[in-house]
Design a protein around this ligand. Structure first.
Ligand SMILES: CC(=O)N[C@H]1[C@@H](OP(=O)(O)OP(=O)(O)OC[C@H]2O[C@@H](n3ccc(=O)[nH]c3=O)[C@H](O)[C@@H]2O)O[C@H](CO)[C@@H](O)[C@@H]1O[C@H](C)C(=O)N[C@@H](C)C(=O)N[C@H](CCC(=O)O)C(=O)O
Ligand SMILES: Nc1ncnc2c1ncn2[C@@H]1O[C@H](COP(=O)(O)OP(=O)(O)OP(=O)(O)O)[C@@H](O)[C@H]1O
Length: 520
């Protein structure tokens, strides 16, 4: 959970009784909420701070109300839960003289409650949220670069990190729980932050993690096959994403309409919407990309962005591949809707810093070395686009090292295998985060996909550890080849059988390169 260094210090105490009245919560035990003030909120007992309200949620595995004793030990001064939770914790709350408030759906209430407790921080910041299957992190970093042109300090909350001003911690997931979100925005205000760029996952939308937050601009990248284990169908997946594009969450929308899902979303939202078309096509859009020239190896991609009223700018994007032109175009339009000057917006994106694990070049081609790249692609579509991005700059063989996650959408495993078999020359199939599953079974499913399209392909290897897989790829690579290692990107751990092992592809690849070619 968020460490103390990410807690605001000056939250003004909020009277619990007023919160209860405002949000329609019913006091349950004999302990009167009158006279109790709260200075924060949390949905996890190990994240509670002194003077905070503990919101005990019903979960898939357990009920948060089971952990009320721990939350009270940590300093919670009130508990909010549902009827089932109240049965579990009423006694302990009464014994310890702590007010217990009941509401029908505490998850839905956690956002608005936290927003109030932390003083509605988002209302004092420039805010943007980005959703979509792929490109959220990249677009968010482009937005952060834009925000820096307009304000001295910024916050980025997403998959890679939680950064508020100068303080950064690794992020536990794409979108943090609602109390943490509002807490971080409050901390930002305290530290002079003027703008926040937030990644929003579909899980977060379905689970009310961004409730109580209305951003200035919400952006949509694309919808591709992923997370169907959770959402069930693509239609449900889109419906969950669409929650962000409602007045409860955003003031205006910027939607990429390159896929049918974006077009459906743009048609459905009641918000003022800007449609962006980044790929060639005939989808109707206010903003369109032209003359795209895709670069790699230090050469940025360039493109012309045309908008309403004869608007036209020459833009560039420091990351390779058409996908990043989509992300850059989306960020530029979102930045313009933030009110940042066009020249600043375009310049900021052109010079945005490298994003960890996003087409990150670990070695450049030259001096006998191959080009090696680490990328976070972990869906069939993203893998296809990543492989297509490096093919034009690969005179030799394209060597792909990849796997697929355990305890997640099983259907994509053969699809990943099939994509790699079609687009790469040498495959090393390995593990991502097997979690509770047998890694060999996951690899078999990928290999079935490989054989379904290329039964004749002989350059297919299987390695039961990532370190070994990367070492093999490096051993066979020549200076004309490209190695691309996908699936884990920036991730600092590998999750195997419930244990998080410290692991990151970049240093492992760097070491393998040094072992073979020495330090450069
Ligand atoms: C499917 C899903 O999202 N589950 C979330 C859900 O878990 P759950 O219902 O199983 O919760 P639970 O373990 O039964 O616990 C119930 C309650 O008791 C609390 N508790 C539990 C134990 C304890 O010691 N103390 C305590 O207070 C928990 O904080 C929770 O509020 O509620 C928990 C906290 O309230 C979340 O941590 C958990 O996210 C888990 C970690 C997760 O992995 N989520 C992933 C799927 C996710 O959200 N991913 C998306 C994006 C993915 C992407 O785009 O790639 C993300 O935003 O990261
Ligand atoms: N606009 C895009 N369209 C398709 N694929 C993309 C796009 N942008 C990035 N990708 C691919 O998806 C991978 C993940 O990119 P990024 O981290 O920006 O997306 P994300 O939405 O944050 O993903 P996640 O939610 O899994 O963290 C990249 O490494 C790249 O291969």
């Amino acid at each position: 959970m968020t460490p103390d260094l990410l807690r605001p210090r000056m939250t003004r105490p909020t009277p619990l009784a007023a919160l209860a009245r405002h949000l329609g919560m019913t006091p349950l035990t004999g302990v009167d909420p009158a006279g109790v003030d709260v200075v924060g909120a949390s949905v996890a007992s190990d994240d509670v701070g002194p003077g905070e309200v503990f919101i005990a949620l019903p979960g898939a595995r357990t009920h948060g109300a089971t952990y009320v004793p721990q939350a009270l030990d940590a300093g919670a001064v009130a508990v909010v839960t549902d009827t089932a939770g109240a049965e579990l914790c009423a006694r302990v709350c009464l014994d310890r003289g702590v007010p217990l408030l009941v509401t029908e759906d505490p998850r839905a209430l956690a956002g608005p409650l936290s927003a109030l407790v932390y003083g509605l921080p988002a209302e004092h910041l420039r805010t943007a949220a980005v959703t979509g299957t792929n490109g959220k992190t990249t677009t968010t970093y482009f937005l952060d670069a834009i925000a820096r042109r307009a304000t001295a300090a910024t916050a980025v909350l997403g998959t890679v990190e939680l950064r508020v001003g100068e303080t950064t911690v690794p992020s536990p997931r794409t979108t943090v729980e609602a109390p943490v979100l509002h807490r971080l925005l409050a901390l930002g205000l305290e530290r002079g932050v003027g703008a926040a760029s937030i990644e929003v996952s579909s899980h977060a939308l379905a689970l009310h993690r961004v409730d109580g937050l209305v951003v200035d601009v919400a952006g949509f990248t694309n919808l591709q096959r992923d997370h169907l284990d959770y959402h069930g169908t693509m239609e449900r997946y889109l419906a969950d994403k669409a929650i962000l594009f409602t007045p409860e969450h955003a003031r205006r929308a910027v939607v990429c309409v390159d896929d049918e899902w974006g077009r459906a979303l743009a048609a459905r939202t009641v918000l003022p919407v800007d449609r962006v078309r980044a790929y060639p096509g005939d989808a109707e859009a206010e903003w369109t990309v032209h003359d795209a020239s895709i670069g790699l190896d230090g050469v940025a991609s360039t493109f012309t962005l045309r908008g309403p009223g004869g608007f036209e700018v020459q833009a560039s994007c420091p990351l390779p591949g058409r996908v990043n032109i989509q992300n850059a175009a989306l960020a530029i339009v979102m930045g313009l809707r933030w009110g940042v000057a066009p020249a600043d917006v375009v310049d900021a994106v052109a010079h945005a810093h490298g994003i960890p694990g996003r087409m990150e070049r670990v070695s450049q081609r030259g001096d006998g070395l191959p080009l090696t790249v680490v990328d976070f692609a972990h869906t069939p579509d993203a893998l296809e686009l990543a492989l297509e991005a490096v093919r034009p700059v690969t005179p030799g063989r394209l060597i792909a090292v990849f796997g697929s996650d355990g305890d997640r959408d099983q259907g994509k495993r053969p699809l990943l295998g099939a994509v790699a078999a079609r687009l790469a020359d040498v495959l090393v199939v390995t593990d991502e985060n097997p979690r509770s599953e047998d890694p060999a079974t996951i690899r078999r499913a990928i290999l079935d996909g490989v054989r379904s399209v290329r039964p004749d392909l002989t350059d297919v290897d299987e390695a039961s550890t990532r370190v070994e897989a990367i070492a093999r790829a490096v051993e066979i690579a020549g200076p004309e080849d490209t190695i691309i290692i996908t699936g884990k990107g920036h991730e600092p751990h590998q999750e195997i059988a419930g244990v998080f092992h410290p692991y990151n592809d970049v240093p492992v690849l760097r070491e393998a390169i040094e072992r073979r070619w020495g330090t450069r």
